[in-house]
Every structure is written in structure tokens, then in C-alpha cells.
Write a protein that binds this ligand. Structure first.
Ligand SMILES: Nc1ncnc2c1ncn2[C@@H]1O[C@H](COP(=O)(O)OP(=O)(O)OP(=O)(O)O)[C@@H](O)[C@H]1O
Ligand SMILES: [Mg+2]
Length: 591
């Protein structure tokens, strides 16, 4: 096919022989992208997409040619050429140690580029051009789309280390010529053959050239090794690759037509062959030269080790999940034992304490249950919160059921944050239902709101109820109860955050947590809702636990001041704790 030609660029003018200007320009003063340069060359969108597809796959041509490729486009307004993209071969030395992208060459300096553009055919230079003492041979390949030349590839071979070509070199060069002709005829890149995201095989991984009949004309040593690993004992040369591959795979995988199609080079395809315990990635590129089928290029890559590692990772992942599942089962057994024990207790306080323990163990089990279904060591904490809220709601009477309202999103959290936070929220929600919203002699009533505001590296959590508020004179220091001590130990010690308990505007209590997130969790949730302000920091009276750099015992009170209790004096109080405190028994004021 002889493509029609774009209006030729005027060949006169220029900036002087051999002088390249770097004229990369883009909107934001950054290194120009292919899009920026294509816009500068006034290349229309479909042509630019074609060039993108070409550039995403042209390393194949560079490797087969042992040559550098530079994609040039004419700059009609400036009577010059601009370099849009560049690729170096992995099979030979480069002819361009410097970056060429964005360079501008004046018309007339590059007769080969002009010739390819005007004549729409591959043009070769007779004598090599000497560049920095290195002989470089140039060729130009017009890039055609829909019968028009949209750009020109300059193929430059560094002849410095030229040697007598081997059989492999010749097979590569022949395949390169066929591909170059397909580019000039608008048949490459083929949209269907664009390489997949996972790295496609490269020429150096293994290459087989099939003839028109589907028989192997040449197989590179790596390609032969790949087939040996698939179980081939004979040679590949002269064999029909399609049926041969199908026979090798027959025992291990069900018959797959795409495999036969790919191995016989009849369609642009990328697939994987598994046989004899090995896995080989295979990419087929049918070749058409001068309108006639000319066999195919088959690229092969042995990915057995890669797949093996992937499978090992999957197995490891499954093992970790299984362990979380067992931990959850064991915690449930512990909870069941405690419950049994609670039922046998004669003293009601003792039975209640054991029931509390059951609840706490249950909230830890929740996290492990979620982890047993997750693929990593992170959990969707919103799922856990929903279940904790449900458990808290169940404490209220069925006729006046309190359903905690959840505002905002926690998003994904790693287990190291999720486990203590689940326990903390369990305590706070239960306190709100059991104490704040409890109505003497009746069932609990009111509203309970849990708000999460996740930022890049922190998360702010508020538990607010519109109940009775803390009893007057309540002092966290002298309180012998366990719930808030656990909360304080976990928030300040384990999570390294701060805890503020304050009266809520309009009545009730607001407990605010501000927690730093570990590096692994420092990504914003997909749809983080804005914070809802439910606290009134102006309100008098706070109890504040805050992390400080001091090495102190967990929840040790720094500078206790009896005047600073929540009520009636209502001034802030500070605590500090070691981060490693974990769930070591919190110190009570008596200790
Ligand atoms: N949201 C709240 N509204 C009103 N009072 C509360 C609230 N949260 C806690 N309190 C008060 O603080 C006290 C201490 O709470 P804490 O959770 O430490 O102990 P507890 O709930 O009594 O017992 P447990 O150790 O089983 O949790 C409670 O007894 C209650 O008087
Ligand atoms: Mg409590």
C-alpha cells in the first residue's frame, strides 16, 4: 500500500547544520510529555493515540533492529522537526547516549526524514554518519495511519561494535524489517496487540520466527530453553508450533483455542502456557508484508519462578488468614468459658464483671474475624464499627432501642490500630448507653453519635450522647472502674493519641479521640465524610489525657491537682503514658 502524503514541509531554512535546539515545551514548565510535544506539532488526537500505541510497543522494533529509535514529527509552522520519543535497544549499544526528546532539527538537515515523509517509504542512508567518533547508520520509517504519514521513526544503528551477524542477528534483523514495513503500511501497532500491563515478553526473553506455514524458521536459544522447560525433548526448527504447543499442554490444562491460535501465530494474542510444571508467557504478532501474510513473531518468557513466588505469597496470605480465624475461634471459646463462669457466680457484681470481660474479648475477636476475611493486615474498620455499634445498641431495651448514628468513615486501618480502637469504641459506646442514656427505673433513651474524621495522617473520633452527663464530682483518677482506664491506656499508650472528655453542648457527654495513623495507614479513605461538630469545647470542664514525650508509667498522672477534676471544677487535666503500655494492667490511683 502506498500511503498518500501529508503536505510536505518546506525544506529550506534551518538553524545550521548539525545544530539541535531543545524546544520541549509544555503547559506547566515541566519536562514535556509525548502529549505536550504532539500538541506542539499540531498532531490531531487520533494520530496522537496511534503514536502512543506505537511508542508503548516499539521497544520490540528497537531490540530486533539492534538500533535506537527516535520518533520525529514535522513542525509545520517552524519548518523543522521535533523529537517526540526515543527508545534504546537492549540488544546492542546505543547511538544516542544523550536524551533527544524535545530536540528540534531544522528542515533540510534531515533529508532522510523529509524523504520518508514525502515519499511514504523506508529510506536508508548509504554511508554511516560519524558522531563523536562512532559510525552510526540511519534509516527512516514513515509511521502511517489511515493512509497518511503522521510521523517518522529514525532508526540509528551504532556500528562501532559491528560484527559478522549470527543466525540470531539475521533472524532479528529480518523480523525488524518486516515490522518496519508494517509500520510504514499502517499495520503496526495493532490496537488488539497492545501489550498488557504486566510486562510482556521482550525479544531477549525468547523469540521464535514462524514461516507462512506456521513452521518454526528460527528459535532463539532462550525460546528453545523455554520450550525445553515445557517438556520438549527435540528441536524446534521446522516444527509446527501450534500443534506442538497444544500437545505439550494437553496433559496439564484443558484444551485452549487461544493457545493454539497464539502458538501458531494466527492472531495478535498474549497468553500463558503451563506444562511440565513450568509457565511460559507467549505473545504472538502475525506479520503481513506488502499485503501478504509473512508468518509471525512469537515472543516467549519463562515466568515459572514469578508464578511460583506469586503462589507462595497467596499461600502465605491464606495461612495468615487461617491464623486470624483460629485466634477468633479461640477468643470465642474464652468468651464462652467466661460466660459459663459468670452464670455460676453467686455474687451479682462478680457475674457482671465476668460479663464485661466477655464483651471485651468479643470486640477483639471481631477484629480477628474481619482480618480472617481480609487479604492483608488491614481491615475495613467501618465494618467493625457497625458491629460494635450493633452490640452497644443491644444493651438498650428492645422497646426503646438506641441505634448509634455513624457519621464519616474510618476506612482501612491496620490491625495494630484496629484492635485497640475496637476495644476503646466498645467501652465508650457501652458507657454512653449504660450510664449517659440510662433512665433511672426505665430503659435507656436518647441519641448516640459516633463521628470519624479521617485526615491524611490522623483520625479524629468523637462519641457523643445527649444523656445525663458525668456524675458530679466524678474523678477519673480515683474511680475504681476499669472501662475508662482501659480507654485511656489504649488511646494514650498504645495508639499514642489524646483523649478529651467534655460535657456536650445541650447536655450529655462528648468523648473526643485524636489518633495519629501509622505510615501504612496514611492514605485518605475513598469517601471521607466531613466532620460533624458535636462537641462544645467552650463548655466548661474537661478531662484530658494527652501523650507526652516523658517516659512515665502507663496512665501515670503527671502533676495531679485535685482542683482539676471533671466536676465540679471543670479544668483540663493532663496525663502521659508510654506507648508500649499496651494492655498491661492500668495503674489505679491506689497503686
Ligand atoms: N457517657 C457517659 N455519660 C455519663 N456518665 C458516664 C459516661 N461514661 C462514663 N460515665 C461515668 O464514668 C464512670 C466510669 O466509667 P467506666 O467505664 O470507667 O466504668 P463503668 O462503666 O462504671 O464500669 P466498667 O469498668 O464495667 O466499664 C461510670 O461509672 C459513669 O458514672
Ligand atoms: Mg464502662
Amino acid at each position: 500500500m502506498r500511503p498518500s502524503v501529508r503536505p510536505p514541509v518546506v525544506l529550506a531554512g534551518g538553524t545550521g547544520s548539525g545544530h539541535w535546539r531543545n524546544a520541549g515545551q509544555c503547559d506547566d514548565d515541566q519536562v514535556p510529555t509525548l502529549n505536550d510535544l504532539a500538541r506542539r506539532a499540531q498532531i490531531v488526537a487520533p494520530d496522537a493515540e496511534w503514536l502512543h500505541a506505537l511508542v508503548s510497543d516499539w521497544e520490540l522494533l528497537a531490540d530486533l533492529s539492534f538500533a535506537d529509535l527516535v520518533l520525529w514529527a514535522p513542525l509545520p509552522a517552524e519548518q523543522a522537526w521535533i523529537a517526540l520519543a526515543q527508545v534504546r535497544p537492549t540488544t546492542g549499544p546505543t547511538a544516542f547516549p544523550d536524551d533527544v526528546v524535545g530536540s528540534v532539527r531544522a528542515d533540510g538537515e534531515q533529508p532522510l526524514l523529509d524523504a520518508a515523509l514525502i515519499e511514504g517509504r523506508i529510506c536508508r542512508e548509504g554511508d554511516p554518519d560519524w558522531r563523536r567518533g562512532v559510525p552510526v547508520r540511519h534509516e527512516t520509517i514513515p509511521v502511517c495511519r489511515s493512509g497518511r504519514v503522521v510521523a517518522v521513526i529514525e532508526r540509528s544503528t551504532n556500528l562501532d561494535s559491528a560484527r559478522t551477524p549470527s543466525r540470531m542477528d539475521l533472524a532479528f534483523l529480518r523480523a525488524a524489517d518486516d515490522l518496519a514495513q508494517m509500520i510504514a503500511a499502517g499495520l503496526f501497532p495493532c490496537p488488539a496487540s497492545s501489550p498488557t500491563l504486566v510486562r510482556s515478553p521482550r525479544v531477549t526473553d525468547g523469540m521464535v520466527r514462524l514461516g507462512r506455514s506456521g513452521k518454526v524458521g528460527y528459535a532463539s536459544p532462550n525460546a528453545l530453553s523455554a520450550y525445553r522447560r515445557l517438556g520438549l525433548t527435540a528441536d524446534l526448527a521446522g516444527r509446527e508450533l501450534g500443534p506442538l504447543t497444544a500437545r505439550l499442554c494437553a496433559s496439564s490444562t484443558p484444551r485452549d483455542d487461544s493457545l493454539m491460535l497464539a502458538a501458531s501465530g494466527r492472531a495478535h494474542l498474549e497468553t500463558e502456557i503451563e506444562a511440565n510444571g513450568s509457565v511460559v508467557q507467549i505473545r504472538a504478532i502475525p506479520l503481513v508484508v506488502a499485503g501478504v501474510p509473512a508468518g509471525a513473531l512469537i515472543l516467549l518468557r519463562d515466568v515459572s519462578e514469578l508464578r511460583h513466588s506469586e503462589r507462595e505469597l497467596t499461600t502465605k496470605d491464606a495461612t495468615i488468614r487461617e491464623i486470624h480465624h483460629r485466634v477468633k475461634n479461640n477468643l470465642q471459646t474464652v468468651a464462652a468459658l467466661l460466660r459459663l463462669q459468670a452464670r455460676r457466680m453467686r455474687v451479682p457484681e462478680a457475674a457482671a464483671a465476668l460479663e464485661e470481660a466477655v464483651r471485651r474479648v468479643g470486640s477483639i475477636a471481631l477484629v480477628h474475624e474481619t482480618l480472617s476475611a481480609a487479604t492483608g493486615e488491614v481491615v475495613d474498620f467501618d465494618d467493625i464499627v457497625r458491629q460494635i455499634a450493633l452490640m452497644a445498641g443491644e444493651l438498650s431495651a428492645p422497646e426503646a432501642k438506641i441505634t448509634p448514628v455513624l457519621v464519616g468513615r474510618f476506612g482501612m486501618l491496620s490491625a495494630s490500630v484496629a484492635t485497640p480502637l475496637a476495644l476503646v469504641l466498645t467501652e465508650l459506646l457501652h458507657n454512653a448507653v449504660q450510664h449517659g442514656l440510662a433512665v433511672p427505673g426505665g430503659s435507656a433513651a436518647g441519641t448516640l453519635e459516633l463521628t470519624a474524621d479521617r485526615q491524611h495522617n490522623r483520625i479524629a473520633v468523637t462519641v457523643a450522647d445527649n444523656g445525663s452527663g458525668f456524675p458530679p464530682g466524678f474523678d477519673l483518677e480515683t474511680a475504681t472502674s476499669l472501662g475508662l482506664q482501659i480507654v485511656r491506656t489504649l488511646v494514650v499508650g498504645d495508639l499514642g493519641g489524646t483523649l478529651v472528655i467534655s460535657p456536650r453542648a445541650g447536655g450529655g457527654t462528648s468523648v473526643q479521640l485524636d489518633l495519629p495513623l501509622p505510615n501504612a495507614d496514611q492514605v485518605p479513605p475513598q469517601t471521607a465524610a466531613g466532620p460533624v461538630q458535636v462537641t462544645d469545647r467552650q463548655a466548661t470542664g474537661t478531662v484530658e489525657a494527652q501523650r507526652s514525650g516523658q517516659e512515665a508509667d502507663p496512665v501515670q498522672v503527671i502533676g495531679p491537682d485535685p482542683d482539676q477534676a471533671l466536676a465540679p471544677t471543670r479544668a483540663p487535666r493532663r496525663f502521659s503514658a508510654r506507648r508500649s503500655s499496651s494492655l498491661s494492667p492500668p495503674q489505679t490511683p491506689e497503686s
